[in-house]
Design a protein around this ligand. Structure first.
Ligand code: PEP
Ligand code: MG
Length: 876
């Protein structure tokens, strides 16, 4: 039997998303639960791959299955495709497994031609409606299938409106529309050299092929790249009998969410337009009405819709984003899918759905995207500064957040300014999928038209980007690169500020502050903490960073880098004296100057951490980094140190390395100059003893030796550190405990981890260096080519962001296994950047690590990701 390429809606279900795409699978599911869905069929994602593999041709088998399904559809609808009297019209819409809103293409009213349009006019007794549908079809067909710019068609429409002094599209008469149809067909002929195809079967196969091709259009590729969606899964095509929202004032179309996608509030949230087709709402051409108003216009339809929306949310156990059409007071469901939402809305909906008994705590946690929490950790406008700011206008609060920047009027201009490091805002009449790159690059988006479900609003919420939409008071002139509001004009490059939570637009830039983390955020974090088993530490070098991290829930410091402390302006002269010392005595003297400062650093951190564990790493970077580069600075240092400029240059040049990342750094430095390690150990121990005596904190300092690759490096330095620590304990008559451990960041170390664990009391994987040395990619230079690698499919993700499980991951697993062979309870963590990356955290959990350590702002993300890893484990 040949392969099944086409499924009737009644043959599918919600679990078939990979094959039928999200839209197709959900249309099938809604059909099966008895909802009013216009009937149709889905051409599978496999047919899409087949089309691309067969040099972009639909195989005979696929065509024949489409024809058979069309016959069934004709029977179901009691209409015939291409029939002059009773024609069947269909919509053709894309739908991939993962929803890509606004990225792919839709064609409505397919099947119309010069004859069927008369059939529709007679049947509906509405000539205006028939020709309105026909002109829409030609325009969409021209745009999607023949790639003719929409503007060419729009110009004709606008000219007709202008000529007749019409305000809205609905003012156009049947005769106007006939003329427009004529002009549209002319555009097609001029642009393609061919007549507009009048045979409905040709229209259908061309449309299906165009949807398959649109899988590889630029905006779809960009969207997939940004959202890590594989390029080979393809899209399905849904062919569905048409229902009409543009049949008059008792018809309409709309989009609604079962909860507010910006805040999560449990209340039907959406918009509709009377006498319109679907794309009018999404494209933001007319500003739609709030869904609540449907209750006044057609109460019985409103209640049926409300009940259906509730049923769908209960059925799918998640917030739904629903498209519907009303044709002559009859409700039809056109689509349902999981609603995209802001992080704040996701948290609130998850917590409230658990309280409502719809989902469990584990389900609530598992469905959240840890990285999206980042949106909530970022600044909001400072209240005082906001109070003093001048409000310019108010639009719809389409996507929350505070954004300030220079205004630009095209996606290209925003991208160019962002590359230069400018803070930007994108101001448009309305956005379209072509603006996607600019929307990614900018701080926030302001549109003059469109509603809460317009392209700008939906896409911005998905990105977690601030957006004010439908701000009708501002008049945008994209050609002149300016907008005006209340008689004032703002030009490209002027600063304004947007509050996406209130919809307000302000003049100038406004100061921002960090947000409070309580309410639903706190609840989710509490739940995460009850399920996770891995500890979450932070990478912090200052008491302030430590306090921020503790505020976000850090349970300790996994990496305190000490080099930053050496760069402090007050200490730099002593640091430089230490580096340039000719004898050990001179060096010790310079180090003695640094000691009290270094002790204060550590004490501040211990106090901020209030007894939580702190891992301090001994000095890591090459010494030349502390020396001046500019001639005038070298001269001034030479004078300071009483040496000649020439001698100073010689010393500096001597310290320079061809490959500093593989040079004299980390433990290698301390082996040459053990007195540095001695000074640091002394500072760490004295600070801990003082903090313990003053505050009673039971501190057990964890002293970490960096860049160990040879066991003897560690045994040598372990002795230096221990001798010093014991000496301090004796001097201070303290019985304080301490641990000496090592970073695992040289591939060799992971391979001899059993030997290393004889000495080390803990391991911390430094996956930044481990990745650098495993791939042989310089950490500082790889950015230049990793994008090319990703684009060409050589790498699927940046290994400095997400752990390379196959290679670096294998070394981590080896290190853990060998280390614990020697010491079964060896404490092991990670402190490279990967410690804050959800996918990597999942890997570290499975590798058996005790904790991950990440930058303060990543701590909540890591808490949730660690909980998800543990939950997934129990589901295995
Ligand atoms: C590492 O290499 O992963 C690490 C944490 O150390 P650094 O980034 O300071 O080299
Ligand atoms: Mg390192």
């Amino acid at each position: 039997m040949s392969k099944k390429w086409v499924y009737l809606f009644k043959e599918g279900n919600a679990d078939m998303k990979a094959l039928l795409g999200g839209k197709g699978a959900n249309l099938a599911e809604m059909t099966n639960i008895g909802l009013p869905v216009p009937q149709g069929f889905t051409v599978t994602t496999e047919a899409c791959s087949e089309y691309h593999n067969q040099s972009k041709k639909l195989s005979d088998d696929i065509v024949s299955q489409i024809n058979n399904s069309l016959k069934v559809l004709e029977d179901q609808c009691q209409k015939k495709f291409g029939d002059k009297k009773n024609p069947l019209l269909v919509s053709v819409r894309s739908g991939a497994k993962i929803s890509m809103p606004g990225m792919m293409d839709t064609i409505l009213n397919l099947g119309l031609n010069d004859e069927t349009v008369i059939g529709i006019a007679n049947e509906t007794q509405n000539e205006r409606f028939a020709y309105d549908s026909y002109r829409r079809f030609i325009q969409m067909f021209g745009d999607v299938v023949q790639e003719i710019s929409k503007e060419k068609f729009d110009r004709v429409l606008e000219a007709t409106k202008e000529k007749n002094n019409y305000k809205d599209d609905t003012d156009l008469t049947a005769d106007d529309l006939k003329e427009i149809v004529f002009a549209y067909k002319d555009i097609i002929k001029q642009e393609t050299g061919k007549e507009f195809p009048l045979d409905p079967m040709d229209q259908l196969s061309l449309a299906i092929e165009a949807v398959f091709r649109s899988w590889n259009n630029n905006r779809a590729i960009t969207y997939r790249n940004k959202n890590d969606i594989p390029h080979d899964i393809g899209t399905a095509v849904n062919v569905q009998s048409m229902v009409y929202g543009n049949m008059g004032d008792d018809s309409g179309t709309g989009v609604a969410f079962t909860r507010n996608p910006a805040t999560g509030q449990k209340k039907l949230f959406g918009e509709f337009l009377i006498n319109a087709q679907g794309e009018d709402v999404v494209a933001g051409i007319r500003t739609p009405k709030n869904i609540d108003e449907l209750n006044d216009i057609m109460p019985e339809v409103f209640h049926q819709f409300k009940d259906t929306a509730e049923l769908l949310e209960k059925h799918y156990k998640d917030m739904q984003d629903i498209e519907f059409t009303i044709e002559k007071r009859k409700l039809y469901m056109l689509q349902t899918r999981t609603g995209k939402r802001t992080a704040a809305a996701a948290l609130r909906a998850a917590v409230e759905m658990e309280e409502e008994g719809l989902i469990t705590k584990k389900e609530a946690l598992a469905r959240l995207d840890p990285l999206s929490l980042d949106q909530l950790l970022h600044p909001v406008f400072e209240e005082k500064a906001l109070g003093q700011a001048k409000k310019l206008a108010e639009g719809l609060p389409a996507s929350p957040g505070a954004a300030t920047g220079k205004i630009y009027f095209t996606a290209e201009a925003v991208c160019a300014a962002s590359i230069k490091g400018e803070e930007t805002l994108l101001v448009r009449k309305e956005t379209s999928p072509e603006d996607i790159e600019g929307m990614y690059a900018t701080n926030g988006i302001l549109t003059a038209r469109g509603g809460m479900t317009s392209h700008a609003a939906v896409v911005a919420r998905g990105m977690g980007k601030c957006c004010v939409a439908g701000c009708e008071n501002i008049k945008v002139n994209e050609t002149e690169k300016q907008f005006s509001v209340n008689g004032e004009t703002f030009n490209e490059g002027d600063y304004i500020s947007l509050d996406g939570s209130t919809g307000k637009v302000y003049q100038g830039s406004i100061k921002t502050v960090n947000p409070e983390l309580s309410g639903h955020f706190g609840t989710i974090m509490d739940w995460a903490d009850t399920y996770r088993t891995m500890k979450i530490r932070t990478n912090a070098d200052t008491p302030n960073d430590a306090l921020v991290a503790v505020g976000f829930g850090a349970e300790g410091i996994g990496l305190c880098r000490t080099e930053h402390m050496f760069f402090d302006e007050k200490r730099l002269p002593s640091v430089r004296r230490m580096i340039l010392s000719e004898t050990k005595e001179q060096r010790k003297k310079a180090l003695a100057e640094i000691l009290p400062m270094q002790k204060d650093d550590f004490k501040g951190i211990y106090l901020a951490m209030e007894g939580r564990p702190v891992t301090v790493r001994l000095l890591d970077p090459p010494l030349h980094e502390f020396l001046p580069v500019e001639e005038k600075d070298i001269k001034s240092l030479a004078k300071d140190m009483n040496v000649s400029y020439e001698d100073m240059v010689v010393v500096i040049n001597d310290l320079k390395e061809f490959n500093p990342m593989l040079g004299h750094r980390g433990c290698r430095l301390a082996i040459t100059y053990p007195e540095i390690a001695e000074m640091q150990t002394r500072a760490i121990m004295e600070a801990a003893i003082e903090a313990k005596e003053e505050k009673g904190y039971n501190i057990i300092p964890e002293i970490m030796i960096p860049l160990v690759g040879i066991n003897e490096e560690l045994t040598y330095l372990d002795k230096v550190v221990r001798d010093t620590a014991e000496c301090v304990k004796n001097e201070k008559q303290s019985n304080i405990d301490y641990l000496v451990g090592t970073m695992m960041e040289i591939p060799r170390a992971t391979l001899i981890a059993d030997e290393i664990a004889e000495t080390a009391e803990f391991f911390s994987f430094g996956t930044n260096d481990l990745t650098q040395m495993t791939f042989g990619f310089s950490r500082d230079d790889a950015g230049k080519f990793i994008t090319d690698y990703k684009e060409k499919g050589v790498l699927t993700s940046d290994p400095f962001q997400t752990i390379d499980v196959k290679g670096v991951g294998k070394l981590v697993e080896t290190g853990v296994k060998l280390g614990r062979k020697t010491k079964p309870k060896l404490k092991i963590g990670v402190c490279g950047e990967h410690g804050g990356d959800p996918k990597s955290i999942y890997f570290f959990y499975n590798a058996g690590l005790d904790y991950v350590s990440c930058s303060p702002f990543r701590v909540p993300i890591a808490r949730l990701a660690a909980a998800q890893a543990a939950i997934m484990d129990t589901h295995k």
